[in-house]
Write a protein that binds this ligand. Sequence first.
Ligand SMILES: *Cc1c(COP(=O)(O)O)cnc(C)c1O
Length: 419
Amino acid sequence: MMDYSEFFNRELERIKDEERYRVFQNIERLAGRFPKALWYPEKAVEQKEITLWCSNDYLGMGQNPEVIAALQGAAEQFGAGAGGTRNIGGTHKPIVELEHELADLHGKEAALVFTSGYVSNEASISTIANLLPDCVIFSDQLNHASMIAGVRQSKVEKKIFRHNDTAHLESLLREQPKERPKLIVFESVYSMDADIAPIARITELAKQYNAFTYIDEVHAVGMYGPRGGGVSEREGLAADIDIIEGTMAKAFGVLGGYITGKREVIDAIRSIASGFIFTTTLPPALAYAARVSISHLKQSRAERELQKLRVDQTKQALAESGIPMLPSETHIIPVSVCDAALCKKASDLLLQKHSIYIQPINYPTVPRGTERLRITPTPLHSEQDVDKLVSALKDVWQELNLDFTGSLVNPELERYTIA
Ligand SMILES: *Cc1c(COP(=O)(O)O)cnc(C)c1O
């Protein structure tokens, strides 16, 4: 007879042996104090003030007074929940207006909001691939788990191209019959490697081989482009991409995912995507707050500019101290540790000794041997915070005897070599 408890305990042991066990830090973010927060260690009685250095609230919009007031006001006015799915009583005015705001952000005809970016990718990619007859998907090797979930769920044929390798992508496209429907799915900013896709070349190939394009701009919306429309806006390429997907949970600081595109495409997905239809709509207050945040960042560049300044200062200071970083052309700074146990240890030391919170990034989020600390400076970090971060990292590097320069240990992954 199956002993279920014993089974799960054994599984947990295995996960721990493989250094895959995840420890979530319990923190209390206090409005107005970001990037400071309170940390509640599991066994200790007392909380401790820490500085967050791994938040995806990239611009601090989650604590923007205008956004908080919008959320509060809308909750007073419209109540707590949406009261239904989009299909049955849940299509409320704030979500319809939010969709207009999003379509405008990307210069597209229409938008569709989902309960998260994860759901938007899973539901949209699988629906598009299933609708197109005999579709074949071309998917970047480092695509996010939610995009992989969409590809898998569609059950159509897939070709994985090497990360950002357009020559490889072209060779895969060329193998297919010209008339066969093709879907290329990729991201703009890859958040674990901090690099950017060659979007212009991918859209050229898509034109040449008549492929439909789907880009995930989750780590770019709000931060890139003159109105926060992402890298596709910055590079003037938004019109060349069929679907632009994003989230309202990262730089916009609230919650929810979305897609934008041509009216007929969005309408088709709206009509049949299970992950869109059979779930309750985002609450009106969240939709309203998200819209205020998006609209604020369309006009205000102060947040983006200060973020860029802090990112540059942090990169510069880390480079001077010899802390090994992956080359980054973005707001994300991956610091290489290249060992799962040491990465966890470095993170623990930072938290316990220096009151700095940076979650270790281990397998399966990144390949084994490329474990890292992923640092995200925001406009709310001060220059003093940056100084403290760098001296804390130096101290931890010395204490754990980590490499100050040099290349990463996994020779197969040459793109992980430090510049
Ligand atoms: C976080 C993330 C998502 C999911 O967005 P949520 O709104 O957090 O569900 C999708 N794609 C990428 C690349 C992400 O990093």
